[in-house]
Design a protein around this ligand. Structure first.
Ligand SMILES: [Zn+2]
Length: 280
């Protein structure tokens, strides 16, 4: 297993999957499989400045009790990108005496789905579709603009009414319309409010805690300031779309506005050549 070539999230998933296997059967600790995992990790760790060296498998497990950002293993860029995927930098994989952190399941599941979304979800498919169209379409149809509109539509409408959405997307190419529709789901009954930070839904958990998609959202609301979801709204974006497309696009909006305020007025283009350098 070549851990070096993995992205931050892939590394984390690799570690967690092995830890879950170990938790389900502790005798695996002395197995060849666990040793292979430990050596692959150690190999990728030796040139980094770590909190301490995991010279034995037991020491490696000890490292997992610390917040991700404290290990010294994940680079700053990896930590930032993990946070963008919904994994907090202070996540501890092992929770002291309690074993594998219970919250990890939820965090990792979401991160895993987001990874899948970035590779093969509706937005990735739309990008691929538009790229193909640009290559073969000789008409004046502005596919580049369709992509900008596609992405901006999602960002402006995280919570919607089905009939209104269907009406507003009529000007899109038929295939893009179907991609847009597949980005939405029904609003679940636990979702009660609109998040003033990202525009998505704030859920009320069983323990009556309020929760949106990112930890950063929480700093922007409390029970007194939250507004209910308008009654006419019946759909919202799927969690992974909100996380992988809307939140990054919001930052792009802020950046765009900032650039336009520069007196020399630079030429600013949205997504030149439809995300030539990446899938999202
Ligand atoms: Zn939010």
């Amino acid at each position: 297993m070549d851990v070096k070539s993995m992205s931050g999230i892939e590394k984390l998933l690799y570690i967690i999957e092995n830890m879950k296997r170990l938790e389900s059967d502790i005798t695996l600790f002395s197995s060849r499989e666990f040793k292979t995992f430990y050596h692959a990790m150690k190999h990728d760790m030796y040139d980094k400045v770590l909190l301490f060296l995991p010279t034995t498998p037991a020491k490696f497990l000890k490292l997992l009790e610390h917040p991700l950002e404290a290990w010294g293993y994940f680079s700053k860029e990896e930590i930032t990108s993990l946070e963008e995927d919904g994994v907090p930098s202070d996540l501890r994989i092992i929770d002291g005496d309690n074993g594998l952190n219970e919250e990890i399941e939820e965090e990792v599941l979401l991160a895993k789905e987001s990874l899948r979304e970035q590779r093969s979800g509706a937005v990735a498919k739309a990008i691929e579709y538009i790229r193909q169209k640009i290559k073969v379409d000789n008409t004046d149809y502005d596919w580049q603009q369709q992509y900008i509109d596609f992405r901006h539509f999602l960002t402006m409408n995280p919570v919607m009414n089905t009939i209104k959405r269907n009406r507003l997307i009529e000007h899109f190419d038929a295939k893009l319309q179907s991609f847009l529709i597949s980005c939405y789901e029904s609003i679940p009954s636990q979702a009660k409010y609109i998040c003033p930070y990202c525009g998505w839904t704030v859920m009320q958990t069983e323990k009556l805690k309020l929760k949106c998609i990112k930890l950063a959202c929480k700093a922007h609301f409390n029970l007194a300031t939250l507004e209910s979801i308008p009654r006419k709204c019946d759909i919202r974006l799927k969690e992974t779309i909100q996380l992988t497309t809307v939140i990054p696009t919001k930052t792009e909006f802020e950046f765009y506005d900032m650039l336009l305020k520069i007196p020399e007025k630079p030429s600013v283009f949205w997504y030149p050549e439809v995300e030539r350098k990446g899938s999202l």
